[in-house]
Design a protein around this ligand. Structure first.
Ligand SMILES: [Zn+2]
Length: 333
C-alpha cells in the first residue's frame, strides 16, 4: 500500500468509526429517553425487597419513644408492601426500641410484620460494627437480638433463618470473617446478601429532620432527590450485574424501616415496576446460581455482593453512584 492509499484507508476507517459512534449515540439517546430500557431488557427482572432496622430507624426525634408513631409507620410500610404484593423480609434490631417503650410492645410490632405475611430476620441487638467489635461480643449481640424475634416466630412455628450484617460489614480479617460465618451456620442462620446497596439512609435522615422541623416543602424535595438516587442506583446495578454475572440475576434490594419509606415506599416500588421488576421472596432470589459465587472480599467496607463476586472473579470493581449530586442539589435550591 502506498502512503497515500494508507492515508485514504485510515480516513475511511475513521469516518466509519465516527458514523458507527454517531449511530450508537443516537440509539443510546433514544433509549435514554425511555429510561435506557426496552421490553427485551426488562423481561424477567426479579427483586427481593428487604427492610433493615425494624422496628424503626430514621424517624423524627420526637417520635422515637412514641409507640403509636412506630406502629403507624409500621402499618404504612406494611400496607404499601401488601398493596404491591411484595414478600419482604424485615431485619430486626431489637435494641432500636426506645427504653421508654415497654419491651413487650416490641413483640406487637414484630407480630404486625408476620401477620402481614412478611418474614423477619436478625440484624443483631445493638447494630455493632464488626470492624470494631470482638467476635465474642458480636456473637453475644446476635444472640441477644433473638429474644422477641424467636418468641413471635415460635408462636407461628416459623424458623429464625436470616441474618443481615449491620452496615454490611462482614469481617475485615479472614479469621474474624470465618469465625462469624461458622457461628451463624451453627445457629441455623443464612446470610442475607444485598446486591442493590444505596444511600437511602442519608435521605431518610434528612427527611426525618425536615419532618421534625415541620418543613413540608423540604420534605417534598428530599423525596424527589431520593427517588432520583434510587433510579440511578438500580440502573447502575442492572448494568453491573451483566458485567459481573453475565446477566441480570434476581436482585436483593436494601431499604430501611424509616419514616421516608413509611410515607414514600410506594413511589420506589412503582419505579421498580416501571423497569419490569417482579417481586420474589429472598429464598427465591438466593436460589439463583449467582448467589453461589465466591465472596472475594475481606476488608472493612460494606460492599454489595456484586462487588464481592467481582473481586472473587479477579475483576476490578466499579462503584455505584453516591447521593452527593442529589444532596448538593437539595442544598442549592
Ligand atoms: Zn442496619
Amino acid at each position: 500500500m502506498t502512503r497515500l492509499a494508507r492515508k485514504i484507508a485510515a480516513l475511511v476507517l475513521a469516518v466509519a468509526i465516527l458514523a458507527t459512534a454517531s449511530v450508537a449515540n443516537a440509539v443510546a439517546q433514544e433509549t435514554a429517553d425511555v429510561g435506557g430500557q426496552d421490553d427485551a431488557t426488562m423481561a424477567g427482572r426479579k427483586v427481593a425487597v428487604t427492610l433493615d432496622d425494624i422496628p424503626g430507624v430514621g424517624i423524627p426525634a420526637s417520635e422515637k419513644c412514641d409507640f403509636e408513631a412506630l406502629a403507624r409507620n409500621t402499618r404504612n410500610l406494611l400496607a404499601t408492601l401488601e398493596a404491591h404484593s411484595v414478600p419482604a423480609v424485615g431485619f430486626v434490631t431489637e435494641g432500636n426500641l426506645c427504653d421508654e417503650i415497654p419491651s413487650a410492645r416490641l413483640g406487637d410490632l414484630l407480630a404486625m410484620w408476620l401477620d402481614a405475611g412478611m418474614e423477619l430476620g436478625n440484624h443483631t441487638f445493638s447494630h455493632p460494627d464488626l470492624n470494631h467489635t470482638s467476635p465474642p461480643v458480636y456473637k453475644g449481640d446476635i444472640v441477644r437480638g433473638e429474644r422477641a424475634l424467636r418468641t413471635v416466630l415460635d408462636e407461628r412455628n416459623q424458623p429464625l433463618r436470616w441474618f443481615r450484617y449491620p452496615q454490611l460489614h462482614a469481617g475485615d480479617d479472614a479469621s474474624v470473617k470465618a469465625e462469624i460465618e461458622i457461628f451463624l451456620a451453627e445457629h441455623g442462620y443464612e446470610i442475607a446478601p444485598v446486591t442493590i446497596d444505596n444511600q437511602e439512609y442519608v435521605f431518610a435522615n434528612l427527611y426525618a429532620a425536615a419532618e421534625e422541623a415541620g418543613d413540608d416543602e423540604l420534605m417534598g424535595r428530599i423525596v424527589e432527590a431520593y427517588l432520583a438516587h434510587m433510579r440511578e442506583v438500580v440502573a447502575f446495578f442492572e448494568e453491573y450485574s451483566v458485567e459481573v454475572v453475565g446477566r441480570e440475576m434476581p436482585q436483593v434490594l436494601l431499604l430501611h424501616a424509616n419514616a421516608l419509606n413509611a410515607d414514600h415506599l410506594g413511589e420506589v416500588l412503582f419505579m421498580l415496576e416501571d423497569r419490569g421488576y417482579e417481586y420474589v421472596s429472598l429464598e427465591e432470589a438466593l436460589s439463583d446460581p449467582a448467589y453461589a459465587l465466591a465472596d472475594g472480599y475481606i476488608g472493612p467496607r460494606g460492599l454489595s455482593w456484586l462487588h464481592r463476586w467481582a473481586l472473587g472473579k479477579g475483576m476490578e470493581i466499579r462503584m455505584e453512584p453516591r447521593e452527593d449530586k442529589h444532596v448538593r442539589e437539595l442544598q442549592q435550591r
